[in-house]
Design a protein around this ligand. Structure first.
Ligand SMILES: NC(=O)c1ccc[n+]([C@@H]2O[C@H](COP(=O)([O-])OP(=O)(O)OC[C@H]3O[C@@H](n4cnc5c(N)ncnc54)[C@H](O)[C@@H]3O)[C@@H](O)[C@H]2O)c1
Ligand SMILES: O=C(O)[C@H]1O[C@H](OP(=O)(O)OP(=O)(O)OC[C@H]2O[C@@H](n3ccc(=O)[nH]c3=O)[C@H](O)[C@@H]2O)[C@H](O)[C@@H](O)[C@@H]1O
Length: 311
């Protein structure tokens, strides 16, 4: 265990019941922000069991320990925009149907929401699920498209840009990490208000679900154009019909509920957010001057140290 400035870090598996029990015995948590999961829609086709283990079994483990803890903590956890699946009603509101998942990842996130309902109903746990929409930014995930597109464009490699089976643009409501962080803090504050300080309940425990998106979908082709400008490099694009790999054609968040309940208002558009990401990326990999001065073909050798695509 590492303890510094009143923060301690424990590295462990969610499925390690004795460890979690010990942790909750030592610390009387009033709130838990639960973000751990097996993320990524496409990797679920390669390793389905990891999704069940982390997103279902691991989540149930956390809920079991929380229900028995004193005080019972309010839990805010990451669900996903993927629960809207093949829903064609746009923008997605929390009232829309979520029973058509396109990936096992989405199905496990949807299962999490249903499981949360039972723990709220039976044990009175206070639970808030946040449906994040395609989050991007510094320190992001190398298996996400904006991240590996950046790497591949700089290495002069061809990227696959999906379009829908009926030749329409695939688009995402890309949401910058700082907006998501603000949304998480807002949701924690709201949960705190109904729980009260010190974990004392002020009223019946609630189950809430909120969208946290950017409210302005951008086609993947436009994402690539923005990256080309920021990287000063032309992408080699291979435009193909989206394979049936768990991806959905379109996402668009309606965030009025989060705005109403805790003032959630995204403020970073895709161009500004990608600018910050690219600034971080070139600094992290030590290639600032090269990106400014040279064309993409010259980067190939030095970029060999960049991360491989992984989930
Ligand atoms: N990034 C997005 O676009 C996005 C969108 C919607 C929802 N989400 C959700 O937000 C959360 C954070 O996502 P992220 O993009 O930061 O992913 P990430 O992979 O960077 O972070 C998830 C972390 O959970 C850890 N983890 C996985 N299984 C675990 C287990 N059994 N026990 C302990 N730790 C475990 C991983 O090691 C990883 O550090 C996840 O719940 C994800 O499903 C992300
Ligand atoms: O919002 C969410 O819930 C999900 O957001 C992202 O999933 P996704 O939107 O599919 O993000 P990427 O994998 O980065 O894909 C972004 C876009 O690029 C497209 N894409 C992806 C890969 C590729 O090679 N080409 C391509 O055009 C995808 O179809 C998608 O439209 C995260 O990876 C999931 O973990 C998360 O749950």
């Amino acid at each position: 265990m590492l303890k510094k400035h009143e923060i301690f870090i424990v590295e462990a598996d969610l499925n390690d019941g004795p460890m979690l029990t010990k942790l909750f015995d030592v610390v009387p948590f009033t709130h838990v922000l639960h973000l751990a999961a097996q993320a990524g829609v496409r990797y679920a086709m390669q390793n389905p069991q990891s999704y069940v283990a982390s997103n279902i079994a691991g989540f149930v483990n956390l809920l079991e320990i929380s229900k028995a803890a004193n005080p019972q903590p309010s839990i805010v956890w990451a669900s996903s925009s993927s629960v809207y699946g093949l829903n064609t009603e746009n923008p997605f509101s929390e009232l829309h149907r979520t029973d058509q998942p396109a990936s096992l990842y989405a199905a496990t996130k949807k299962a999490g929401e249903e499981i949360a309902h039972t723990y709220n109903h039976i044990y009175g746990l206070s639970l808030t699920g946040l449906r994040f929409f395609t989050v991007y930014g510094p320190w992001g995930r190398p298996d996400m498209a904006y991240f590996f597109f950046t790497k591949d464009i700089l290495q002069g490699k061809t990227i696959d840009v999906y379009k829908t089976v009926d030749d329409k643009e695939v688009a995402r409501d890309f949401t910058y990490i700082d907006d998501i962080v603000k949304g998480c803090l807002g949701a924690l504050d709201t949960a705190e208000k109904s729980t009260g300080s010190g974990g004392k309940k002020k009223g019946p425990a609630q189950l809430r679900i909120y969208n946290l998106g950017n409210t302005s979908p951008v086609p993947v082709g436009n994402l690539v154009s923005i990256l080309e400008g920021l990287l000063n490099s032309k992408a080699k694009k291979h435009v193909i019909k989206m394979p049936r790999n768990g991806d959905v054609p379109y996402t668009h968040a309606n965030v009025s509920l989060a705005l109403h309940d805790f003032g959630y208002k995204p403020t970073t558009d895709l161009a500004s957010g990608l600018r910050k990401f690219v600034k971080w990326y070139v600094s992290y990999y030590g290639i600032e001057s090269r990106v400014k001065k040279e064309s993409s073909n010259n980067y190939k050798n030095m970029m060999s140290q960049q991360p491989e695509e992984s989930a």
